[in-house]
Write a protein of this length. Sequence first.
Lengths: 189, 178
Amino acid sequence: MENSKVIDAKTLFTVDQEQEWIDLAKEGDQQAFHHLYDSYHRKIYALCWRMLADKEVAEDVCQEVFVQLWQKINNFRGESKFNTWLHSVATNTVLGHLRKNKNWLQRVFSIENQTIEDISVELTDHSGLNELDKQITKLPERARMVFVLFAVEGYRHEEIAKMMNIAVGSSKAQYHRAKGLLKEWVTYE
Amino acid sequence: MNSKEDEKLNNEKLSEQAVKTYLKDLPSEITPERDLWKGIEHAIGHKAQSTPDNRFGGRVTTFTGLSWAASVIVAVLVTWLTLEPAQVKSEINLVSSMQQSFEKQKESLLVSFGTEVDRVLPKEMLEQLRELSSARETINKALTEDPNNSDLINLLHWTQQQELDLIEQLYQPTWQSI
C-alpha cells in the first residue's frame, strides 16, 4: 500500500515535470526541449530503427522527428498523452521519409524496393540486439512496417491502412506474411 | 502420418509461442550509437516554431518558385495544344497507373489536414496548388489525344511530383541543415 503511494507520487511528479518541459519548449526553451529529447529519443530511435531497418537512416530520421517536434510542439494541445502524440509524429515522419525516397517507378507500380535476399546482405552489426529485432530487419519493407506498427506500436489495422494508404485487408495480409516469416526464422535459425 | 501432422502442429505452436515471447521481451528503447542531439540542436537553432494559428507562416516564400513553375507549365501547354493535332486515341496503362498512384499519395498526404485544408492554408499556397492541379488536368487531357507522347508523360510526372512536394512541404518541412 505504502509502495503504491510512492509510485503514484513519482508518476505524478514525472507527468508534472514533463508538462512543464512541454510548456517551456512551446515558448522556445531549448533546454526544456533537451529534457524531452532525453526522455524520448531512445523510444523514437527504436521505432525508426525497426521501421527502417538501417542504423544510419534511422539516426537521421530520428533527428528529423525531433526537429519536426520542435516546430510542431505548439500543435500539441494535450488531448492525448504526449508519448502517443510524439509516436504519431514519428510514424508520419518515417512514412514520409520512405515516400520521399522511392523513385517514381516504385511509386507508380508499388514495387517493394527490397527483397528478403537484398536485406539479408545489408545485415552487418546487429550484435546486442533482441533476437526478434534482428529478424524484423530481414522482413520485406511493407511487411516490416505493418508488423512494427501493429505488433510493436499497437496501431489497429484500420489506422495502419490509412497511414500507409493501403487497404485494411492488405495490412492484415502483410501482418500475417511477416508473422509467418518470423515464425519460420525464429524456429529454424 | 498422424505423428508427422502432430509434429508439424507442435512446431507451429512452438514458433508461435517463440514469437510471442520475443515480442513480449522486445525492449521499448534502443540507444543510437551516435549523439543525435548536436544535429538537432543545430537545426532547431535555425528553425522557427510554428504556432497553431500560423502553421505555415515561414514557408510562403518557398512557394514563389513553384508558382512560376506552374505558370510556365500552363503557358507551354497552351502553345503545345494549339500546335499539336489530335492523334490516335488509345488507352495507356502507364498514364492511368501514374494518375492512380498520384491520387493515392495525394490523398494520404491530405489526410493529415483533414477537412481543414482550405481554412489553414494561406491564399497564395491554395492558389499555387490550384495552378499545379489545373496544369496536371490539362496534361491529362492532352495525353488522351496523344497517349504515346513521352514528353507529355514526363511533364505529367514532373507536375505530379511538384504538386506532391508542395503538399508535403505544407506539413513536413524539408530536412536540410543537419
